[in-house]
Design a protein around this ligand. Structure first.
Ligand code: SF4
Length: 339
């Protein structure tokens, strides 16, 4: 985790700026607000982590950034600025150029991302030739190099996806993602389907590749210990909203939102001491009719009676570029101002 670089890279304009993004699923029962007024920036060469329980909206954001979402999902408001260009306004051709060339996407299931009737090498070559005037022989040589880079024997480029292990398939997808040296790679639960040892190996390799290739990453996972280990900054999502955002160190050592605190207590750290896990009582709300006030209030054991059920908390500054959406934080600040 490169905390030292975080302060330096914050000063330059962001590579990606998501502003006021709203995504809803139009269902027969009514609109489900999967992503509700979400804003964050990703700097160049930064790993930005997005965490939260299943269904909190993190994968919907990943898909919306590249407009990969399909009906009934609809982007109803907001901006996705990549290098100052609004992705949501691009025509089809410009969008196709953006995908893989500038922003690559690595999803949870390599088997779904790969074409089962093409060799994995062909699929790398395909992506290269679709975007660049590269000769087939050169593309094949580049595919071999990329396989070597991601830790697969280059001779395996002639294998079909079903002939590779789960870890190798995921590495092959990462090789495709690296093929055009994009500025941003979206990693949507990239290792969730793999066993923990392979998971750790692939994350370590991705970190090295990031340093070597110099890309930024949006890293999405429900596994906070992995996220803290590999991200520079982190946003915590709950029920479609960002409830806390800060550096990995701030989120790890001084989480302010009760949900973040509970989430941190639910995972073992990769290198830390053994401890009892707290868990989070209850389950996330139905977004067809989310709770009034703070959406976490039905599960929050420190909710303020008469306030949390009624008033929606805004993101409040709690430290240097550290924000949390909780009335307890504003209450603390009021006490501080009055004293
Ligand atoms: Fe809990 Fe209230 Fe803070 Fe929500 S705003 S997390 S209910 S204390």
């Amino acid at each position: 985790m490169s905390h030292e670089t975080t302060s330096n890279i914050q000063a330059v304009p962001p590579l990606l700026s998501v502003q006021g993004l709203h995504v809803e699923y139009r269902t027969r029962k009514g609109p489900v607000r999967a992503v509700d007024n979400v804003s964050f920036d990703i700097q160049r060469n930064e790993v930005f982590g997005l965490a939260g329980e299943s269904g909190c909206g993190k994968s919907t954001i990943a898909q919306a950034i590249l407009r990969l979402h399909k009906p009934p999902a609809h982007i109803t408001d907001g901006q996705v600025l990549f290098d100052m260009t609004d992705v949501l306004k691009l025509d089809k051709k410009a969008l196709q150029q953006l995908r893989w060339e500038h922003i690559a996407f690595v999803s949870q299931s390599a088997m779904n991302a790969l074409n089962p009737v093409m060799t994995v090498g062909e699929q790398v070559i395909d992506v290269m030739q679709a975007h660049r005037p590269v000769h087939r022989k050169q593309a094949r040589q580049r595919a071999r190099e990329l396989f070597d880079v991601v830790g697969i024997d280059p001779d395996r480029i002639d294998s079909y996806p079903h002939q590779l292990s789960g870890g190798m398939r995921q590495r092959a997808v990462i090789a495709i993602a690296l093929a055009l040296q994009p500025e941003l790679i979206i990693l949507d639960e990239p290792t969730t389907a793999l066993d923990v040892v392979v998971q750790k190996q692939i994350m370590e390799e991705l970190k090295q590749l990031k340093d070597e290739f110099g890309f930024s990453a949006l890293f999405i996972t429900h596994d906070l210990s992995l996220l803290v280990e590999f991200s520079d900054r982190i946003a915590i999502m709950y029920a479609g909203e960002i409830v806390e955002i800060g550096s990995s160190r701030q989120i790890f050592t001084e989480p302010q939102h009760p949900y973040t605190q509970r989430l941190m207590g639910s995972f073992p750290t990769l290198h830390g001491e053994r401890k009892a896990f707290l868990g989070i009582p209850g389950s996330p709300p139905n977004l067809l009719s989310p709770p009034t006030g703070c959406r976490f209030h039905p599960r929050c054991d420190v909710a303020i009676a008469g306030l949390c059920q009624e008033v929606h908390p805004d993101l409040f500054t709690v430290g240097d570029k550290h924000h949390a959406a909780c009335h307890l934080v504003t209450e603390k600040d009021r006490d501080f101002q009055q004293s």
